[in-house]
Design a protein around this ligand. Structure first.
Ligand code: NDP
Length: 301
C-alpha cells in the first residue's frame, strides 16, 4: 500500500517511516526542503515539495498529517502564533484538497493533534469528551482538527490523535528535560503538582499503525498512556533513571516571566486518560512512566 506522510522528516514521522518500510509499504513524503529530506529519509521514500506534483490518478491508501512548526521554542509572539497555525492549517487544507481531487479516495487521514486541545484543568481527569478552552494552544489544536475533519466530505475516515508528551531517548521533549538533570541542574518547573500526560514513542507508533489499518479508529483519540503522573513524580523517576538528584523547583512566576504564555507547556499540565484507545482495545506496552524511562535509559548511562 501507499501512504502520504507530512512531517516524515520529524521526530514522530521518522519513527513511523521505519515500520512501514519494513512491512514493504510505499511512502510519499511532503517536505519543504527536498535536499535535506533526501539526507534524512530512506531512498525508497518518494519526496514531493508540493501535493500538486501528485496527479488526480495517484493511488494513495491513506495519509498521516504531522507537519507543523515546533510548539516549544521561541515565545509565542503574534508572528510565531501565525506561523504555528499556518504551518498546520495550510498543510492540512492542501491535504484535504488532494483528497477532494483524487479519483481513488484515500481510506483514511490520521491527523496530528495534542492534549493542549483541552487547555488547563488542574487535577480534573480529562477524556475525549472534555471541551477545549479559550486559549492559544486549544485554538491551535481545534482549528487543526477542524481543518482535517473536512476530508470526511470526500468519504475519508478521519482520526485525530491528541498526543501527550512523547517519551523517547532520541527526540522530542525528553532529551531536553534530561540534559540539565545529567548536569546536576535538574529543576522541577513550578510546584510540580501539575500533571504530565505522556506516551512512549513505541506505543504512539503502534497506535498510528493501528489507526491506519483499523476502521474503528475515527474522531478524536487521546494518545496518552493510562497513567499520567505529577511533574514532581516524573522528575523524581528521571533523577533515579539518570542517577542524579533533583533538588530544586523553579517558581512558576520565573518560568512565566521567561516564556510568556508558552510557559503553560511546562507549568500547567493535563491529567488525560486514553478512554477511546482503551475502548478500542489498544494495549499499551508502557503503562507507567517508570517502565518507559527504564526502557529508554536502561541501567547504564
Ligand atoms: P517535529 O518538529 O519533529 O517535526 C515536524 C515536521 O513538520 C518537520 O519535520 C517539518 O518537516 C515540518 N515543519 C516544521 N516546521 C514547519 C513549517 N513552518 N511549515 C511546514 N512544515 C513544517 O515534530 P514531531 O514529530 O515531534 O511532532 C509531529 C506533530 O505532532 C507536530 O505537529 C507536533 O506539534 C505534534 N505533537 C508532538 C508531540 C511530541 O511530544 N513530539 C506531542 C503532541 C503533538 P519538513 O522540514 O520536512 O518540511
Amino acid at each position: 500500500r501507499t501512504w502520504l506522510i507530512t512531517g516524515a522528516t520529524g521526530f514522530i514521522g521518522s519513527h513511523l517511516v521505519k515500520p512501514l518500510l519494513r512491512r514493504g509499504d510505499r511512502m510519499i513524503a511532503l517536505v519543504r526542503d527536498p535536499k535535506r529530506a533526501q539526507r534524512r529519509l530512506n531512498a525508497k521514500v518518494r519526496i514531493v515539495r508540493s501535493l500538486d506534483e501528485l496527479p488526480d490518478q495517484a493511488s494513495i491508501d491513506g495519509i498521516v498529517n504531522l507537519a507543523g512548526e515546533p510548539i516549544f521554542g521561541m515565545p509565542w509572539t503574534e508572528s510565531r502564533r501565525k506561523r504555528l497555525l499556518a504551518s498546520r492549517i495550510d498543510t492540512t487544507r492542501a491535504v484535504v484538497a488532494l483528497c477532494n481531487r483524487l479519483q481513488h479516495k484515500p481510506t483514511v487521514l490520521i491527523n496530528g493533534s495534542a492534549i493542549g486541545y483541552y487547555g488547563v484543568h488542574g487535577d480534573e481527569t480529562i477524556d475525549e469528551t472534555t471541551p477545549p478552552q479559550s486559549m492559544f494552544q486549544s485554538a491551535l489544536c481545534s482549528e487543526w482538527e477542524s481543518a482535517a475533519a473536512a476530508a470526511s466530505a470526500s468519504g475519508v475516515r478521519v482520526a485525530c490523535l491528541r498526543t501527550g508528551v512523547v517519551l523517547s531517548g532520541d527526540g522530542g521533549a525528553l532529551p531536553r528535560l534530561a540534559r540539565p538533570v545529567r548536569w546536576y541542574a535538574g529543576v522541577v518547573p513550578g510546584t510540580g503538582t501539575h500533571w504530565l500526560s505522556w506516551i512512549h514513542i513505541d506505543d504512539l507508533i503502534r497506535m498510528l499503525l493501528l489507526a491506519l489499518d483499523n476502521g474503528r479508529y475515527t474522531g478524536a483519540i487521546n494518545a496518552t498512556a493510562p497513567e499520567p503522573l505529577r511533574y514532581r513524580d516524573f522528575y523524581s523517576l528521571l533523577g533515579d533513571a539518570l542517577h542524579r538528584p533533583i533538588w530544586m523547583h523553579v517558581p512558576a512566576s520565573v518560568v512565566k516571566a521567561g516564556l510568556g504564555e508558552m510557559a503553560q507547556l511546562l507549568i500547567e499540565g493535563q491529567r488525560v486518560i486514553p478512554r477511546r484507545a482503551q475502548e478500542l482495545g489498544f494495549e499499551f506496552r508502557y503503562t507507567t512512566a517508570a517502565r518507559a524511562l527504564r526502557a529508554i535509559y536502561g541501567t547504564a548511562h
